[in-house]
Design a protein. Sequence first.
Lengths: 670, 106
Amino acid sequence: MAAKSHSIFDPAIIVPAIGESFKKLNPITLAKNPVMFVTEVGAAITTVLLVTGHGANFGFQFQIALWLWFTVLFANFAEAMAEGRGKAQAKALRATRTQTFANRLAGKGIVEKVPADQLRKGDVVVVSAGELIPGDGEVIEGAATVDESAITGESAPVIRESGGDRSAVTGGTKVLSDQIKIQITSNPGETFLDRMISLVEGASRQKTPNEIALTILLSALTLIFLIAMMSLKAYGIASTVDFSVPVLVALLVCLIPTTIGGLLSAIGIAGIDRLVQKNVLAMSGRAVEAAGDVDVLLLDKTGTITMGNRQATDFLPAPGVTKQQLADAAQLASLADETPEGRSVVVLAFGLRARELSEMANATFVPFTAQTRMSGVDMDGVNYRKGSSDAIRGFVGGKMPGPVENDVKSISGSGGTPLVVATNNRVLGTIHLKDIVKGGLSDRFERFRAMGIRTVMITGDNPLTAAAIAKESGVDDFLAEAKPEHKLALIRKEQQAGHLVAMTGDGTNDAPALAQADVGVAMNTGTQAAKEAGNMVDLDSNPTKLIEVVEIGKQLLITRGALTTFSIANDVAKYFAILPAMLVGTFKEIAPLNIMFLKSPESAILSAVIFNAVIIIALIPLALKGVRFRPLGAAKILARNLLIYGLGGILLPFVGIKLIDIIITAIGLA
Amino acid sequence: MHGNNGSAFAGLTGNPANGDPHYNITLAFAMLVGRFGMIIPVMALAGSLGRKKLLATSAGTFPVSGSLFVILLIGTILLVGALTFLPALTLTPILEHFLMLNGKLF
């Protein structure tokens, strides 16, 4: 089941989020966010002054206090919304795992039935056809087909067997046939899903390095404005202007970056949410951020750049042979060949000649062996064979027609694999097997190039084949004849040169490289070792998704930057609203500074405070969805966002504050 | 006037005859905070930056040369600077300007 994207306005998320907003007023938890903490202290001071009866204008001060509390609540609401959406997605994933019972082996062949949540790491359970797998684990005995659609959304069952790279099973998936013994590899509460859920929940969420840096910057700004306000109070005394404390608090709250301060954690959680929507579980917020800074992608050729297997794409007949005859013989020689390559030959030939197995009652199939390196069929006294050109040359007695030799050479030269077909002693022609490059990749790699990300294809193929596929797919670079240890060495080399590297992997031998990479996306079908080593798990096991992971990471970082710029740029208009209002009572000559022609000093200050609170709510959708992402270089994105969020951030509040001033004047609030 | 460094333009009767050291002490304090209060966090920032890993540049790297960066840097300095000092400036030169326009001089 794919995690669904929830509407921003889903009441099932909004209603609990409102309650959460009040719970988050707790100053102990709010202290983690210095900007909002200062706002809350300001709101509290204003409220105390109001209750104790200090101040001349009760109605005005009451509204100031009210909107300061709203500012804190709105920021809490943004965070609660992001958490709620994350939890809803995680809950949908977790729903599969409740009510599962496990048959635990209690030694000496005794099997006991226990609830799945009582299983501990190291326990061995038996799972039979029709039962749910009670927890993440490794198959230690047997093989079974497993329906993993609950996790991956992919309806085709997969085979899970002991040993090798296909031994990992996920809790909540269903065994369809056979019986397997599974060793549980994680305690309840420690599975990937649990780790992901705790990541979006407040309790164990830790600030990422980028969030810490931004929090320090925002705290420094807050401190500067706090000092500026305190000195303003002192200047006021010297100039015989009495600035009232609620007005100073209002100005302070308007100036400190409450917009980004309030939305910061929501942006981070929303990044993780967006990954979950793509069925990728991140093990830390840090990993999502690193994905945004990645500038080298290591992509495995097989499965990522090309379809899993080579496919027959063409028949090249020898002189004097029709294409029809060649296709016919190739199909016969491949009927018993159950490899994907063999099946692709049958499928390609099918367009030319349909054949039923019943026609072949008296056929003897000759399977492929490592010695003969051929496969085929003996039927009605004719030996049909297909195999490598060397093997077939031996089969037909050493002589191969010149044009066929040329075809073989040109296919190899283009990065394909030639298979030669012969009947008895006659060479009929060549089958062109080739890696099929997945569609749309060269466009994506082009987008990456524009963003400054280099793509490197990793393949075990020889350099010639690798170069041909690299050219066709449009990757920037390739590593041919690669072994797993080469991957690790390449990652280290790139990191030494100052690059951040992302990769995908599924095998146990990928684990060191996954751990070394800055972003290591493990395939859900992969081994437990690979999943432990990486910092993300792709539930769909689709290696091409690495590309989307990087885009989500970039979008997260850009959203944060854009809203920070917007938040600080907003302050200009607030000065023009509040400063003349504070002075005009004593010096009416300052009136021309009120360039927005706000109605009264009270309405001006109140409008600025209301705008400051409401903008948080208005920007929640943007924080949760992320700013629109374009595959451009950093300079272009920066210029664009400076224009929108910088210049726009300066201008928008002038309009907004004026509008609010008109409204509150019209309804008589100030 | 000796002992006063001149920054005060002696407008506040720099070093008063009655020996009240108020402005000498507050000015000294302000200078200390103004210098070291800035230098210490900036040094900490530099130390943190110095420990950072050097990253390779690419089209995805934040550009630190060219007109865009110049505009961004100057814009940020002006904006944050204006935001910090505008309240105080409004009360003094800006207010005095408007008072002057109304024929009120000091």
